[in-house]
Design a protein around this ligand. Sequence first.
Ligand SMILES: [Zn+2]
Length: 467
Amino acid sequence: MLNILIDCDKSFIPKAYYVFETFFTYYKAKIKFYYKFEDIDNNEKTLIYSNKKIPIVENKKYIFFFQSEETIEFFIKNKKITKDQISDLDSLNPMFKCKKRENSEKFDLIASIFYFLSAWQEKDNIIYENKGRFLAKDSIQYAAGKLEVPLVDIWFEILAKKILTLGIKLNKVNQLYDKRNILNLSHDIDFVYESHTKLFHLTKKKLYNIIKNKKNTNLPSYSIYRFLSYKQKKILDILYRLTFEKGFSSTFNIMMEYNSFDLKAVYRLCKIVDGSNSEIGIHPTVADLKDSNFDNLINKFKEKYKVRNIYGMRIHELAFSPDRLYNKLDSTDGILYDNSMMFHDLPGFRTSFSLPHKFFCKNKNTSLNVLSIPIFSMDTSFTKYMHLNEKETEESIDKIVQENINKGGITSILIHNNFFYSRTKHRINLYKKWINQIFESEGSIVSTRDLFFWHNKLNKSFSNQLK
Ligand SMILES: [Zn+2]
């Protein structure tokens, strides 16, 4: 058994607990929480997070993280991360240090992990760009060159190793379905039918390039799918069928409103997906969310699309402030997870963690029940925001899939249905290749709901063992 003593600055107690809860959800051990040193009445080994002097026991049966005054001040006064802290991150070290004491660890893993998991850097909710989105380029992960490195995953491993040196039995949980590599695949259906206005503008731009002899290779290519609406509708079937055939599942996120042609195609998709192992998610816009009663919105959605169960959502265009969004979701019964935690402008980890985790509400200083399932990247990041051409975009997504197969772990990516309206044959073959490769590597493609259920079970077993 391991005692966890949380005796740090009072305002930080819920934060530290949140970090330990997230950690012990994925690393199983028999633990017991204490909040005062005097209350510990057993002889068990202890993990301490405190800003107070701890009476020293002779044969080091503890790990001690001493919370420094500077760290406490940082969070209370909402200070900014310094250049020195960023260079610590650059070498994969936690940016908060413990107060130098004989028996304390050097780095404050707890505060450093909390900073990322809670998206603390977005606390001020500064409007960074026209849609109010937080940019990867403004994050400290980016400044440290660690956007694609899940620092929290790495620091959890370090914490686990330290606990193991105490001789505690600690087991990292198996991934979903005991698979080594898992790809969480979701599709946002923003529209089905590409309007002729769009085609007209595309043609205009292409003509301009020819006349002016410009080599703008970033424009989408023509495809028969761009001209024929029934072909566009077919893409939805193909995406569903290809994953289904291998016994895999995925998530289709559906908006509140479509034009009448799209609506027909979306109804059909919902009918096929609902009740299957794949999932329908809700894909509201910021305007939809302004609706004061979110429960009504969910009911309206279920009624409209005749979908029996909704588990999660992703917000359209990712224009949200995490604290506000999660607070709203937490007060509704209908939504159990959110799948919006990603950067739209670059691939990477917004909370520097690759796994689902509860969200911590900074204003209320407490963790919420709604689950945040992070996404690594999406097709439009490469085209719309990084301005890569079509081939480069395909290569970028392919690289993410290959890395998941080679390194293992869980990777979440989002591919819009209209990604397949360019170079359609090639892209469908690419999609088939990914599915086959994952199948052959004995990995799995899962829906976001599958990840939710997995985390839910792990978190329940965390709570149960505390009883
Ligand atoms: Zn969207």
